[in-house]
Design a protein. Structure first.
Length: 228
């Protein structure tokens, strides 16, 4: 009996306050941000929240449900951060940048959105894009392609940016050094065969990913002006 008591005393104390779905999702996001999808387990949640499996299952069905809901929470934050009364061009720019920044801060979000493009939050995001394109008088038959082009651009660039950041984080080279090395390689190629790439070497080493992303959004906005 003494042995059992000793074992019981080694367990972490259970929480005495209520466990909300909001707290579970917020904690899941913290785990995902620090360790990625592999780190998110129901066991990790029970330890972090000092609770049991039953309390977790009361709010979420499984890890898949938890990951999807956490993604919805992040994207909902992007939508709530957009200014509703902004002019359409500004609104599109803010939504695009908001999603880019969200995936930059939470790299797992991009992967989850690619797996489940029917999630409510992403549908709300598409709907917001569609309304803004309508406000810009983009022809109805062109709206589907225009919305898809913008969302795919954002998801693609953001995912690549997040992947590059993870790759550099696991090595001995930081972003600045990596770009300087790449620029040096570009500068050495034959300018007669690769005139543009050779000339771009000077900008490669000093460019800002976020500013270049926004430049792409502006190119998109300039292009949709022809779809009216």
């Amino acid at each position: 009996m003494e042995q059992r008591a000793a074992k019981g005393s080694a367990r972490a104390p259970r929480r005495t306050d209520g466990l909300s779905r909001k707290l579970i999702i917020r904690t899941a996001i913290e785990i995902l941000d620090s360790g990625g999808e592999k780190a998110l387990t129901l066991r990790a949640l029970t330890v972090r929240l000092s609770t049991g499996y039953g309390a977790i299952y009361h709010h979420v069905a499984d890890k898949s449900d938890l990951l999807a809901t956490a993604t919805d929470d992040v994207i909902t934050g992007v939508l709530s951060g957009a200014v509703a009364d902004a002019d359409p061009r500004t609104g599109l720019r803010r939504l695009a940048l908001g999603l880019f920044d969200a995936i930059d801060a939470h790299p797992w979000v991009g992967a989850e959105l690619s797996r489940r493009p029917w999630r409510p939050a992403l549908l709300d995001f598409y709907e917001s894009i569609g309304r803004l394109l309508d406000a810009l008088a983009v022809a109805e038959e062109a709206r589907f392609d225009a919305a898809g082009a913008l969302v795919n651009y954002v998801l693609g660039v953001a995912a690549q940016n997040a992947a590059n950041a993870r790759l550099l984080a696991g090595g001995d080279t930081d972003r600045e050094t990596f770009l300087e090395d790449a620029a040096a390689q570009w500068a050495q190629i034959d300018p007669a065969r690769y005139p543009f790439v050779h000339a771009a070497a000077a900008r490669l080493g000093e460019h800002d990913d976020r500013e270049q992303f926004l430049a792409g959004v502006d190119i998109f906005l300039a292009g949709i002006a022809t779809l009216r």
